[in-house]
Design a protein around this ligand. Structure first.
Ligand code: PRP
Ligand code: URA
Length: 207
């Protein structure tokens, strides 16, 4: 089992504070979440292998680099799209796969309603994206689907996590590293993260 990586970059912590604040508008929530996603993604990709290339500068030839393996981003619909928007400008060549999962509001159990996964998963570095890791049910189910489709190198990026969700991931998918900006106190009686930031999808999309 791997310990979660808590990204404590000062800019990440400032953007996190902004999206936590109840008075932050959807417009600003989007902007801060996009920036935060980018910082988390840079940390989460820091160990990716590159292969050397030759680059001709205006003055000379020198060595460059390109990612050694294809990269696949997988936002968990809906709220994971908020991370994707921040990340894609950094890796425009990435393939985007989708997994649709909605928590049942009474039971908090994940209901999987959609998946569109590419054939390139087995050879790719796969980044599973969701702002919230609460019970962990949604992320565990998404990771299960990705592995069933052949993914072998999965990393989970979640903005706010909590001990319950991290324990579920460690129990079910001990091979998957988790990058997060915060490990909050825990879940309330409705399985929302406390202090958390509320409903990430509703705040991002303004619903
Ligand atoms: C939220 C969030 C995660 C999930 C986390 O999505 O974006 O996907 O809940 O909870 P869990 O760890 O207990 O599974 P939600 O189901 O509300 O759907 P949405 O993205 O469409 O708003
Ligand atoms: N989903 C959210 O959007 N927020 C939580 O706190 C828990 C699940």
């Amino acid at each position: 089992m791997q310990q979660p990586v808590v990204v404590q970059h000062p800019l990440a912590q400032c953007h996190l504070a902004a999206i936590r604040a109840v008075g932050t508008s959807s417009h600003d929530f989007r902007r801060h979440l996009n920036h935060l996603a980018r910082i988390l993604f840079i940390q989460a990709t820091s160990g990716l292998p590159v292969q050397p290339t030759q680059v001709q500068t205006p003055l000379a030839q020198t060595q460059g680099a390109q990612l050694a393996r294809p990269l696949v981003c997988v936002p968990i619909l809906r709220a994971g799209l908020g991370l994707l928007d921040g990340i894609l400008p950094l890796v425009p060549e990435a393939v985007v796969a989708h997994v649709g999962i909605k928590r049942n509001e009474e039971t908090a159990l994940p209901h999987a309603y959609y998946a569109n996964l590419p054939a390139s998963l087995p050879e790719a570095d796969v980044f599973l994206l969701d702002p919230m890791l609460a019970t962990g049910g949604s992320a565990c189910e998404a990771a299960r689907q990705l592995k069933e489709a052949g993914a072998a190198r999965i990393t989970l990026i979640c903005v706010v996590s909590c001990p319950e969700g991290l324990a579920a991931m460690a129990r079910t998918h001990p091979d998957i590293p988790v990058f997060t900006a915060a490990i909050d106190d825990g879940l309330n009686e409705r399985s929302y993260i406390v202090p958390g930031l509320g409903d990430a999808g509703d705040r991002y999309f303004g619903t």
